[in-house]
Write a protein that binds this ligand. Structure first.
Ligand SMILES: *Cc1c(COP(=O)(O)O)cnc(C)c1O
Length: 834
């Protein structure tokens, strides 16, 4: 669809000449009132805080606009290299507070509203989370965008504008119930629709070969397709205090007009209108699976929708400025694939370059393999995407042809390197043969990319030794590590304003963009005066979390309790079950009267289960039932509280990570690729109890063993033990664990619902339990004892807390993104172009 100018004449320059908007309280107040009265048409009788929120959002957005335009112009006129972050998920959370923080408007706007009798905190709470992601992978994408803009790197995010984001979780009788999240219901001030940039894409149909008539170049046409439109919505991504505003472009699917007409002419008007739904379904809803794929056709449609729309968008911009000359394309563009979800971009870029732009195979392949880079996010085999060849043939026949051709050429290369090694060829083939042949998306991504990275040191090493070993032997130079991070703007400066103020008072402003400066806090960790300030602030944040828990669940937690927190997606490998076994052990100790030197604690667990993941849902039920029994037993008064915190999400984590004392990072070693929740807690001064898994290892390296409660088998020990694992031996040998299992087996936590926890009990006792819960129980309990003892010594705890924050600098996404840029993207920061 060509760009449609709204008016025939060219708009004159003067239209875009603007006076910069004031950044002072008076100007904000004036614009706030203007939007409230004129843009939204409200008056003093308006009782809905929604309009107040929207008016402020618009006033802040106005101040983003000129910076956004200038960043855009700089990128396009400088012809600089750009990178594109392709991700099916961007877990953005709320935008208003972050935008004000990054623009330096937070205090100014708070004052401006205060004078009008409006509390900023109330308005902040109006905004729904943009929950366009499941968990860590989607949140990482959001943190990356913040760091790219802050580092002034020309990086654009591409994603899907799901009408329904991550479901809202409510708990009914201890069970998870999913409710749809219609987050756009009240409008969204943080997006701009760009209908003039609509892209067309195809599904279905068949391919035909056409020659140029003189037996010359043959080209393939993809015909008889069902086409749909992708309409972009742009979300501004402001950098921190730097006038750079990058773009996140989210695609919404729409029916084409002729799609309607075709059927209309056949006399089926209602059918035609109804058919629009199929097209519009594509961007309707986020799939709520965190770590497993379920092979649904609609999901493959979504993946192709994202990849094709985004690539066409980039190629269109290229042709506008360079014409059909692609010789420099690979030097000026890089695509980062966030997991295999957008890996179909590899054959799609080939298709677009060959079929739409007339390039030959070799030239197209050279461009593709110099622009694509792939990030792997998991070692779990069930999360590795495979799509049935049959589905590809039906939905994307042209792409299947290209994948076959890529595979044939690739296998020829393997055969040259290892002649006659048939087993290796079968192992490495992009097509898994069998009853239902499948396309292995991770292999497609590796073959099509010049860079393959894992997300923590251990994870990247395990990839080269295990899952991708054959590919590592073939192309060792492609493989690298990029340890994840989190943005310190949202996760410290915004989430913890009191601690941030203390840090700024102590170190000056620079730490927000140079997080290694937190190291300078270390010498103060033992100083009584500084400890006192630290403790007062932490107590304030702890109380904020306690109040949040009371509001959300009704459970009251006394102010002196240790806040022991595990929030993350519910998954067996993350071992919420191990946590709850420890809770049952603590409860058992209370009932036995073994409470000498007790540390009162509240165990807070939160997280969503994929709706189809029955074991995860059972674990939620178990946590709720244990909480019910423990909290209603008078013997636990003043000693133990257990809470399941419903609807875990980004805005909740902003409160949780600032208030937590103990961070639970207890996955089976070798299973958590990196984790980023662990970093949010550490940065805010929580101590970690954790296994040697993912980035925990690097956290431990930075902070030192004394300030981290380490337990459990190593990844190597887990693999070794797998062959002769005997959970019953662990249970029988350990009196505490036996008692815990007995409480479960006698139905102590399910008096009126017999049998509901049988699968859970069975999983702990199963010699094939991949998560080895029983094996780690004893060392977990011992580490918990150490944590409890440290908490009773508040001076020692506070020192460790300060040292954790001081050692967290490495986990800023500014560091991660600098590494991506140095090793993979090689972009010039915009400030060097201004
Ligand atoms: C950080 C974050 C995650 C990732 O947590 P892990 O502990 O690394 O699994 C998931 N969900 C939300 C809402 C987050 O903020």
């Amino acid at each position: 669809m060509p760009v449609q100018p709204l008016v025939k004449s060219q708009p004159c320059e003067s239209i875009t000449e603007l006076e910069p908007l004031g950044m002072d309280p008076e100007s904000i107040q004036r614009d706030y009132k203007r939007h409230f009265n004129y843009t939204l048409g409200r008056d003093r009788d308006c009782r809905s805080a929604h309009y107040a929120y929207t008016a402020l959002g618009l006033a802040v957005r106005d101040r983003i606009m000129e910076r956004w335009r200038d960043t855009r112009h700089l990128c396009s006129t400088s012809l600089c290299k750009q990178a594109y972050y392709l991700s099916m998920e961007f877990l953005l959370g709320r935008t208003l507070g972050n935008a004000m923080l990054n623009l330096g408007l937070k205090d100014v706007a708070t004052r401006a509203l205060y004078e009008l009798g409006i509390e900023m905190e109330e308005l902040i709470e109006i905004e729904p989370d943009a929950g366009l992601g499941n968990g860590g992978l989607g949140r990482l994408a959001a943190c990356f965008l913040d760091s790219c803009a802050t580092l002034e790197l020309p990086v654009m995010g591409y994603g899907i504008r799901y009408e329904y984001g991550m479901f809202r979780q409510v708990i009914d009788n201890g069970y998870q119930v999913e409710e749809p999240d219609h987050w756009l219901r009240n409008g969204n001030v943080w997006e701009l629709e760009r209908p003039e940039l609509t892209v067309r894409l195809r599904f279905g149909g068949r391919t035909e070969v056409i020659s140029d008539g003189n037996g010359g170049i043959q080209r393939v046409r993809w015909v008889d397709t069902h086409d749909i439109l992708a309409v972009p919505f742009d979300v501004p991504i402001p950098g921190y205090h730097n006038d750079t505003v990058n773009t996140l472009r989210l695609w919404k699917s729409m029916a084409t007009d002729e799609f309607d007409l075709e059927e209309f002419n056949a006399g089926d008007y209602p059918e035609a209108v109804a058919a629009k739904n199929t097209a519009e379904q594509i961007s309707l809803v986020l799939y709520p699976n965190d770590t497993s794929e379920n092979g649904k056709e609609l999901r493959l449609r979504q993946q192709y929708f994202l990849a094709s729309a985004s690539l066409q968008d980039v190629l269109r911009r290229w042709v506008w400025t360079h014409g059909e000359d692609f010789s420099q394309f690979a030097d000026k563009n890089a695509f980062q694939l966030n997991d295999t979800h957008p890996a179909i971009a590899v054959p799609e870029l080939m298709r677009l370059l060959m079929d739409e732009h007339g390039l030959g195979w070799d030239e197209a392949w050279s461009i593709t393999t110099r622009t694509m880079a792939y990030t792997n996010h998991t070692l779990l085999p069930e999360a590795l995407e495979k799509w049935p060849v049959r589905l590809f043939r039906q939905l994307l026949p042209r792409l299947l042809e290209i994948i076959y051709e890529i595979n044939a050429r690739f296998l020829a290369e393997v055969d040259k390197r290892w002649p006659g090694d048939g087993e290796r060829l079968a192992r490495m083939s992009l097509i898994e043969e069998g009853h239902e042949p499948q396309v292995r998306m991770a292999y497609l991504a590796i073959v099509g990319s010049f860079s393959v990275n894992g997300v923590a040191a251990l994870h990247s090493r395990l990839l080269t030794e295990g899952l991708f070993r054959d590919f590592y032997e073939l192309w060792p130079h492609k493989f690298n590590n990029k340890t994840n991070g989190i943005t310190p703007r949202r996760w410290l400066a915004w989430a913890n304003p009191e601690l941030s103020a203390l840090i700024t008072e102590t170190l000056g402003e620079g730490w927000v963009t140079d997080l290694n400066r937190l190291r300078e806090l270390a010498p103060l960790a033992g100083k009584p005066k500084f400890q006192k300030r630290w403790q007062e602030i932490r107590q304030h944040n702890r109380q904020r979390l306690i109040d949040f828990v009371a509001r959300e669940t009704g459970v009251e937690i006394p102010a002196n309790f240790m806040l022991d927190v595990q929030v993350k997606r519910i998954h067996e490998y993350k071992r919420q079950l191990l946590n709850i076994l420890h809770v049952i052990h603590l409860y058992d100790r209370i009932k036995r009267g073994d409470v000498a030197d007790w540390t009162p604690r509240a165990v807070i667990i939160g997280g969503k289960a994929a709706p189809g993941y029955l074991m995860a849902k059972k674990i939620i039920k178990l946590i709720n039932n244990v909480a019910q029994v423990v909290n209603s037993d008078p013997d636990t008064e003043g000693l133990l509280r257990v809470v399941f915190l419903p609807n875990y999400r980004v805005s909740a984590m902003e409160v949780i990570c600032a208030g937590a004392d103990l961070s639970e990072q207890i996955s089976t070693a070798g299973k958590e690729a990196s984790g980023t929740g662990n970093m949010k807690f550490m940065m805010n001064g929580a101590l970690t109890i954790g296994t040697l898994d993912g980035a925990n290892i690097e956290i431990l390296e930075e902070v030192g063993e004394e300030h981290f409660f380490l337990f459990g088998l190593t990844a190597a020990q887990v693999e070794e033990m797998r062959r002769h694992y005997d959970p019953m031996a662990f249970i029988n040998r350990d009196e505490d664990l036996s008692r815990v299992m007995r409480l479960l087996e006698t139905g102590h936590f399910n008096r009126f619902e017999p049998g509901i926890f049988d699968d859970i009990i069975g999983s702990v006792k199963n010699p094939h339990d991949p998560w080895m819960t029983a094996a780690d129980f004893r060392s977990y309990v011992e580490a918990q004892k150490q944590a409890a003892a440290r908490f009773r010594d508040q001076k020692a705890w506070t020192r460790s807390s300060i040292l954790n924050t001081a050692a967290s600098g490495r986990f800023s996404t500014d560091r991660t993104i600098s590494e991506y840029n140095q090793d993979i993207w090689k972009l010039t920061p915009l400030h060097q172009l201004r």
